[in-house]
Every structure is written in C-alpha cells, then in structure tokens.
Write a protein of this length. Sequence first.
Length: 469
Amino acid sequence: METKDNPLLSCLPLLKTRISFINAISKAPLFNTFNSIQDRLIESEKIISEFFVGLPRHYYFYERVVNKMIESYRIRTPEVMIRKLAEGNTFSHQETIDLLSDQIRTAPSIFGTYLIGLAGTGKTTIVNNIIKLFPKAIPQPKLGVTQIPIVRIQTPYRASRKDLCKSFFRELDNLAKTNYSEQFIRHNETDLADQVRRKTLSHMIGTIVLDEIQDLKTSKTGPTEMTLAFIKQLTNVVGVPIVFIGSLESAGILFGNFQLASRSQGFKWERFEKDDTYDYFIKSLFKCRVIDGDQELDKTIADLYYELTQGIPRLLNLLHVEAQKICLHSKKNRIEPRDLVIASKNLFTSTSLAMSGIKNYNAEILSRYPDLLTIENFKKNMVTRGEDSGKSSDSYSEGKEHTAPGTNGSSRKRIKNKPDDSKVPLTNEIYRMQGDLLELTQNCKTSNEVYRIFSEQHIIPDISEVVEF
C-alpha cells in the first residue's frame, strides 16, 4: 500500500532527516535591545525558557515515535477503503467506523515505545517539539471524520481509569473541538473506558502519549493494575501505539509487567557524559549571553560547569543564567570560576546532596531520591570502583579509614582533606567530601563566605591563582 494512496498517511508530514529535525527543534533566544542592567536581567530569563539544543538522541526518539505511528496507520487502513476512494466514493462517518473496526479485529498489535530518564534531561520538551511538527487535527471529508495524529495525556495522580479517561476527553476536546468531557460527565468508569476506545477509533488517533507515567505508582492497590490493564487493552483493541514518558521511577511500572515491557522498546536518558555531546551543548549554551564581551569558553570553565551541575541540562541552563546575573551586578563582562561557584550556592542548596550522590555513585545518598538512577545501578558501580581502587567506595566518599595499599590491614591511615594537586582535579573534592562541606558551610549566610571556605579548604584555588584545574 503506497503512502500517497492512504488518506491517513498522505496528510502527515514526511519523516525528517536527522539534520533537518535537529535544525527544526534547535532554538536560541532573540534578545531585545539592552538599555539597562534591569533589561539584561529580564532578558537573561529567556535562556531558561527558549534555549534548546537538538541532539542525536532526540532524533532517535522522534524517528521511533513517527515510524510506530506510520506503521499503525498502515495496518489499520482497509484495502477496500483505498480502492473505493480511488474510484471516487465517499463514506459516511458510520461506514468509516465499521470498516476500521473490521480491519482492527484481524490486524496485528502495534507496540509502543517509552522515554524515561533523569529529571531535567528534556523529556517533556522533546515530546512537545515532536507534537508541534504535526497538525493538531486533520479533516477527512471523504471519510466523514476528523483525524487526530497525536493525543498527549497527563497521567492522573490517583492512577485510576476514570481519571485517565477524563484526561483523554479533555485533550481530545481541545484538539477536535468536541464536547466529550461534558457529554460523558455522568458515565461510570466502565462506560468511560468504552467511550475512550470508540473515540480513539472514530478520530483515527495515530499515537497516544502518556506523560508522567511514574504517577501510576502513587496507588499501590487496584487502580494502578486496572489502569495498566486498560492501557494494554487499548493497544490490542484499537491498535494505537502508546508512548510512555516518565522519570526513572517509571522503570518499575514499565518493566515490572512482562506483557507491558515486551510491548515497548524505548530509551533511557541520563545526564551528559563528558564527551562530544556535552562539549557541543555547553558551547552552544555559552554563546547565549546578555553580558558584553567576546569571551571564549575554555576547558576550565567548561569543566566547572559540569562539576557544579553533573551534566544535567536543566541545571546547566539555570547555572549559566545565574552566573550572568552575578556578573551584571558586579559590572563584569566575563564569567569567571568564582561566579559559577557563587551561582551554584545560590541555586543548588536543595540539590547539592543529590548531585554528590550522582558524582560518587553513593547508593546511601541516592536511596533518598527515588526518581534518580536505580539503586542497583549505583551498587554495581560502587563495587566496580572499589575493586579497581582497592578501597571501599562507601568509606572513600565519607572520608573513613582505609587499609593502605600493599599492607595486611594492620597499618591504616585516613584520607587527607587536601588533595594531591598533581593527580586529582581540585573541583572533584567538592563531591568527595560532601559530609565535611555540609558541616563547614551550613552556617554560611552569604555566597562570599562559602567561597572563602572552599578556597581555604583547597577545594578550589584562590581566584587570583586560577590558571587551570
């Protein structure tokens, strides 16, 4: 069946190439004319809301979503419909629904996909960017229906089928200009679920995006299991691929049920590694500045951005904006290491412990944050690091006693707080001594006090001595 002969496919935008897709979703803020420091402070906020860098991983996810949608439409479209349309026939709404219903009964199921990851890695943003590439609604006058390519639903916090159905109808009303929410307001849960299946079919929905899937964990009894069963049934009965979006907590939902896990092949996004992708991102971000001066991004600054945010895109954006605000108040036109350290103190007090856990693969710390990487992952990494170094990863991060290499355990010594400048980057000590730092800085009232302590403890060098870390 040719795409041009299929009315459900011929009206959709073509799958973009990787370069064209990345160019389509990448954007940088357009700053207005700066007349004062206040103008620059206001304009700097645009970096948080408008800056986005398209990356290869975004394209891989986009390609998966679109290909699932295309295949779903292909197998759901009856040959008899194609033939009669070619002969000049038109269909009433009910005739179209009857043909599609008969086709779906014998069509194979289309599996969905998923995107789970660390908070702040751009999951919701990329979903919104993909949705913008498609028309909200497509009139199909020859079929007597309105086609909806993508419906995005927020997972209800109570994790009930009834709330999920209501969310579905609210979004469908917004896209198709219908009034289903009011029409079905008095229906019970079973009738609502049946209407979701009917309207999915009658509007020829191409893909359902279920966002914040981790909220299904909030209910530990019936509603969660019933909701999952309903989602599986929707895929089977209507043949619509479902895209699951959520935090790393979602893994327990998606992979804890074999039927659901076997129906999804997807992606897991974590923080940036210090590789070419990070280099490309931070160089693009650093170009977006409201301060004057042609400052080039050097390795010292790029590495410090990473150390203070652990490569999490959202935190990188926030740190970059806050550092510029500090420069503006100080009437400086260059971002220096001190500005980044002060900015991180201003911004990341609530997340510093979590980032310390990420940095050191500390399972004890990360057990407090269920939406971070799985504890099993960290335990494995801790064991590996311990075996490689001959030290316990737990005690290493806490600064406890260690057996000196080459001894039988009778001779012990403590790790010194001051690192060996020739071997270890000074900024790494910020995370190796999280307990000491929390104690040292907990009574600090200003950013300058924190900076002074960092300098005195040799965690960072004095600014006057900065050449490289």
